[in-house]
Design a protein around this ligand. Structure first.
Ligand SMILES: [Zn+2]
Length: 83
């Protein structure tokens, strides 16, 4: 395992009071972040379903559905109104 991966794993904790969605959007590749934003903006995608899919995918971060919902509705400091 590359040292960078170890550093990522050790520092993957979401800082206190930081939006988990913001945190993980920042950590992932621009392509992944774009895809996640598109999913967050898609009214046909339920936050609970998206959170479950993320949790089941070993390559994706686990983000609680509440954090996805809050972020997509402009409820965190990023003020992104995606839906
Ligand atoms: Zn956020």
């Amino acid at each position: 395992m590359a040292l960078a991966d170890i550093a990522n794993r050790l520092t993957d904790e979401v800082p206190w009071r930081t939006c988990a969605t913001c945190h993980h959007l920042e950590q992932m590749s621009p392509a992944d972040a774009k895809t996640l934003r598109a999913l967050l903006a898609d009214r046909g995608v339920r936050f609970k379903d998206l959170a479950r899919e993320l949790e089941e995918d070993p390559d994706s971060p686990t983000i609680p559905w509440e954090a996805l919902s809050r972020h997509a509705r402009g409820g965190c400091s990023a003020r992104e109104n995606l839906r």
